[in-house]
Design a protein around this ligand. Sequence first.
Ligand code: ADP
Length: 470
Amino acid sequence: MARLVVVSNRVADPRKASAGGLAVALAEFLNSTGGIWFGWSGKVVEPAEGGRAGEAQMHSQQAGPVKLVTLDLSREDHDAYYLGYSNGVLWPVCHYRLDLADFEASDIQGYRRVNQLFARQLAPLLQPDDIVWVHDYHLIPLGSELRALGCQQRIGFFLHVPLPPPPMFAAIPGHDWLMKGLCSYDLVGLQSQADHAHFCQYIQGEFHAQSLEGAQWRVFNRTLCAGAYPIGIDVEEFNALAEAPEARDMYERMKREYSRRKLLVGVDRLDYSKGLPHRLKAFRALLQNYPDTHRSATLIQIASPSREDVGAYTDILHELESLCGSINGNYGELDWMPVRYIHRTVARARLPGLYRASQVALVTPLRDGMNLVAKEFVVAQDPEDPGVLVLSRFAGAAEQLKEALLVNPYDSEGTAEAIHLALQMPLEERRERHRALLAVCKRWDVHWWCDTFLEDLGTTHAQESGTPWL
Ligand code: ADP
């Protein structure tokens, strides 16, 4: 079997328990093939310490048959590549928030510089038969930079975030360069059919790509495959987590604490894509429109801190605090607080217990590539007495999880109605919906995702390595 080389912005140590399902799945594959996991070390070095970007320090560490190779970034590169272009432009636009994109011409230079640096450092480590798998929006041009250095290996790319329709993607300065970069891969994977359709529309409309058999395209004198590979969770790993004492303890405590109440749960990173203020407004509409929920419905909203150095994130933090305060102030009683808002990360080991003790999960992003919390909630339920998933139609997961109660998070009254329906849902209907949802989570789990993508990448024909636009 060919050796696998994984490249992502951050590298997870697969031996650590905190590593999520993705790291576990990739590590499993890497362990069987041997290989390299390559990315940024997470360390920013000041110029005096680290010198110029071209001399970036490389760290290498053996983790079983897998070599973890990481690079430090200079402050200037980090700020332009990571904070600037990746998180200040690509993240908002890919989540349909053109209004939040903040473009600086120098950032795109830094983004390209870091991708070139990654390519220069990675290319000498590659063997001719390696299969290279590049992940996410930070590294879109890495494939073309590797090709420019003569790398002819099979290289695949997976975009974890949504890909917006062409007219919106075209608002990104450098959009055509990014898309040309995607065309230098052998396989491009997207989260959903909708994202895949947007990719096809773009390359057809802008590059006159020709559709070939199956999922293949002819563009820039080379053949490219593209498809939807919805990411899943590691169901076995999550079940094992649910059986462990920490999750059981959490479940018992929550059940005791909320024995006379209906518990709703939200677990997110504090990000504007997650629709947290909209969710709180829907919960307020629930309390306002359905008095039977008073003294009963309690929302635990966990929002872990994320990218706190970015202005849009502090705005949302303040909005959320103010909404929680006003809901509790207006509706709370001496013995009942409707919202419990926790601005912290909850230990992964406790999450299954929290999910299982909840009657309803609110997964209502305004836009999300997939959303794994939705799948984790389903897997954590007791099949005999399962909770109900209220899911945004704008999450990638909505294409698969059709038996959830799908909502439009911009419509707070409509979302409140769905939440009320979820709280009232008869046991038999809950079981039926849960059975269908669980089957999807099991069938399309993270192993399916990893195996299918790599199998498809492995069977793409070795391609012409030319990059005529460079
Ligand atoms: P994103 O990748 O945008 O953060 P996902 O829902 O796809 O969103 O994945 C989030 C992952 O992080 C899930 O595995 C989830 O359990 C975990 N997570 C999210 N928020 C928290 C939190 N507040 N505390 C602990 N874990 C969290």
